[in-house]
Design a protein around this ligand. Structure first.
Ligand SMILES: C[S@@+](CC[C@H](N)C(=O)[O-])C[C@H]1O[C@@H](n2cnc3c(N)ncnc32)[C@H](O)[C@@H]1O
Length: 425
């Protein structure tokens, strides 16, 4: 496929993303399923252009406004190619030449932008436009990162590395590293997680024999660290209250050596179905899954004072995962975040009745916003005097100087996960 055709396909996909507001990865994979003639190398170039535009959308919109252009997929792509890829008018004219597979010819303000964008002073951009985050989150992100805002936001706007968690129930890190090498997949050991390998280059991991045999799961190093901090052990009774597709449940199960029990609950049946498949592949037999109607489900109420560990991987804004889901930042709404904080507090309250004395609630999010993290924990502690914070800086002094742990791509080279360990006295 010629480059001009790849650009044209990227515009069509981006158009769908702007229109339906569903996760970009789902829209992209649906589009490719419907357009089977697009080869794998073309797919990679098309998706990377789509993601690059999504990552830089606020900056691009700033330029579109300056040239009085409306917001469309085509105009975003034109602005991206001109501003970020420094393509000049002659080259752009060839890409947009209007032939059968290419996008239609450039005209009007599109030509003005390509020719004159260098005359615009970038200092006119707001912080949100320059650093590519939603304007309404400025105060929250400044509160979260202070003087490091620019560094952190730039790191959150980079493509994430792919990390896997070795399934220690079936293999070891050294053996898996060697087995993957035999399949031409090169890896590096992660620095913090003792179970992690970072993948070098791009590979179809899910097609590998090692994956099919359940030797690993794709999991960000930050997420692995959360599971390690939950400190689950053989013979314990563990509840993963917001189990979702089971990333943390699987990691905790691997520490329990098939002894003790794990229960994974979630309000989303589809996600639990995914967990079921993953448990089977990983060879885990001591976990059961249960769909619940809410955090106040009768099933949970019957489990009072029962659990050694409750993992609350709360529904959250996902602001810590913008490296992977840059589209999600543009769909986030402030009312939704406020609603989430109410749900998070309610889930924590319910968990407080289920954990036994001496047991721990691991409260986690993949958010960098204090209102979902530090503030939530402070509120919980002020309302539950029978709980205290376990000081994570004593466990991981290199990772945090606070009692809680807030990770970030700039500081920890992983997603922006948060965790607090709340121990019932
Ligand atoms: C961050 S995701 C969990 C990710 C998962 N733990 C993992 O590691 O793959 C949050 C989950 O909370 C679930 N959820 C939302 N509201 C809930 C509630 N009231 N009670 C329990 N789970 C809830 C969502 O369906 C979603 O699967």
């Amino acid at each position: 496929m010629q480059y001009k055709a790849q650009v044209n396909e990227a515009i069509k996909i981006l158009g769908n993303i702007l229109e339906v507001k569903k996760p970009a990865d789902r829209i992209i994979s649906f589009y490719f399923k419907q357009h089977r003639f697009i080869g794998s190398k073309d797919k990679a170039i098309i998706s990377s252009l789509v993601y690059a535009v999504l990552r830089n959308r606020a900056t691009l919109e700033f330029y579109l406004n300056k040239f009085k252009m409306g917001l469309t997929a085509r105009k975003l792509v034109i602005a991206y190619l001109a501003i970020h890829e420094h393509k000049k008018l002659p080259e752009m004219t060839k890409i947009f030449d209007g032939d059968m597979y290419a996008a239609r010819n450039l005209k009007g303000t599109e030509l003005d932008l390509i020719r004159d964008h260098k005359n615009i002073d970038p200092l006119e951009m707001s912080k949100a436009e320059k650093l590519n985050f939603p304007e309404w989150l400025t105060a929250d992100l400044e509160e979260a990162f202070g003087d490091n805002l620019a560094t952190e936001m730039m790191a959150l706007n980079q493509q994430a590395t792919t990390t896997i968690r070795v399934n220690m129930l079936k293999t070891t890190r050294a053996k898996l590293k060697a087995d993957l090498k035999d399949e031409d997949i090169k890896t590096k050991k992660t620095k913090i997680s003792p179970f992690g390998l970072t993948i070098e280059g791009k590979n179809n991991l899910f097609a590998s024999q090692c994956f099919k045999k359940g030797y690993f799961e794709v999991q960000d190093e930050g997420s692995q660290i959360l599971s390690i901090l939950a400190n689950t052990k053989p013979k314990q009774k563990v509840l993963d209250m917001c189990c979702g597709a089971g990333g943390k449940l699987l990691a905790m199960a691997a520490t329990m050596e098939h002894k003790g029990s794990l229960i994974g609950t979630d309000v989303n049946e589809k996600r639990l179905f995914e967990t079921k498949k993953r448990l089977k592949r990983a060879g885990i037999s001591n976990a059961m899954l249960k769909v619940i109607s809410s955090e106040n489900d009768k099933y949970l109420k019957r489990q009072a004072d029962r659990f050694d560990t409750i993992f609350v991987d709360a529904p959250c804004s996902g602001t810590g995962t913008w490296r992977r889901n840059p589209d999600s930042k543009w769909n986030l709404e402030s009312e939704f975040v406020e609603q989430l904080t109410v749900t998070q507090a309610s889930i924590l309250k319910s968990a407080s009745n289920l954990v036994k004395s001496g047991g721990t609630i691991a409260y986690a999010t993949c958010s960098v916003l204090r209102k979902e993290n530090h503030d939530q924990v402070e509120k919980f502690l002020s309302e539950h005097e029978n709980f205290e914070l376990v000081d994570i800086s004593e466990i991981y002094p290199d990772l945090t100087s606070e009692k809680v742990l807030q990770m970030s791509p700039a500081k920890h080279k992983c997603d922006g996960f948060f965790i607090a360990l709340l121990k019932r006295k």
